[in-house]
Design a protein around this ligand. Structure first.
Ligand code: URA
Length: 231
């Protein structure tokens, strides 16, 4: 059960003050009856605004094909962000829609967005070892022995105390590889290659756990069921 004024404001429709005006003016019904008391509580599934069901009252889970050039931070000072690709109402929800882990500004690929904080915690926790696949193109030929080094789980990156978890490297061509990580240290893929003298020129994530981008164009998103990752 949720308070009506809070519910409308948290789903991004309007401010709490506006919600109170909307409710007082009879725009909200609960199970078909006008409720003009903004402090009343109701099951969101029973609420209608102007006769329409509420917009995703249980939460959102989105699969976005992140294009290069957008950041995952909400801080506008860091530049244009991935949330600018969403409908305006979804950008003002509370809890905020946020990315599950991050991709760098210069990295493209599969990014999950949600307002369900338990999903963020579960899917970013190293404990759960969700495999994420990154395709990299390199500025130099891949050195011999790189796959063995990455899978050994002994590589310690500059500034880190713990070694990287074992990561599978598939060599696709002399300057192209797919790396599967089960953790997400800061700029991990770029730093792993850089530690062996290879600059990453382009980086793309086609897979996240069981999900892949399919033919979703860059900049587009699709909705996923909230039970996509059962506990
Ligand atoms: N590793 C990186 O270096 N960048 C990303 O965006 C993701 C993983």
């Amino acid at each position: 059960m949720r308070r009506l004024d809070q519910l409308l404001a948290n789903l991004g429709y309007c401010s709490r003050r506006e919600a109170r005006d909307w409710i007082r003016s009879g725009r909200v019904t609960v199970r078909g009856k006008v409720v003009d008391d903004f402090g009343a509580k109701a099951d969101p599934a029973d609420v209608r605004l102007d006769s329409e069901p509420l917009d995703h009252p249980d939460g959102l889970l989105l699969l976005l094909h992140k294009p290069v050039g957008l950041v995952c931070s909400h801080d506008e000072r860091e530049g244009a962000n991935v949330y600018s690709l969403l409908p305006p109402r979804w950008r003002t929800r509370n809890p905020l829609v946020t990315s599950i882990g991050r991709l760098d500004k210069d990295t493209s690929g599969l990014l999950l967005l949600t307002d369900r904080s338990e999903l963020v915690h579960r899917l970013t926790s190293p404990k759960h070892k969700v495999p994420k696949v990154y395709r990299a193109t390199l500025g130099t030929d891949l050195p011999a022995g790189l796959a063995a080094l990455f899978v050994a789980g002994t590589l310690v990156l500059e500034g880190e105390a713990a070694p990287c978890a074992p990561a599978e490297l598939k060599i696709l061509s002399p300057r192209e590889a797919a790396l599967t990580l089960t953790e997400g240290k800061y700029h991990q893929v770029r730093r792993m290659f850089a530690s062996q003298g290879c600059e990453v020129l382009t980086l793309h994530r086609p897979h996240f756990g069981p999900l892949d981008l399919g033919d979703l164009p860059a900049g587009q998103w699709r909705e996923l069921p909230l039970d996509t990752f059962p506990t």
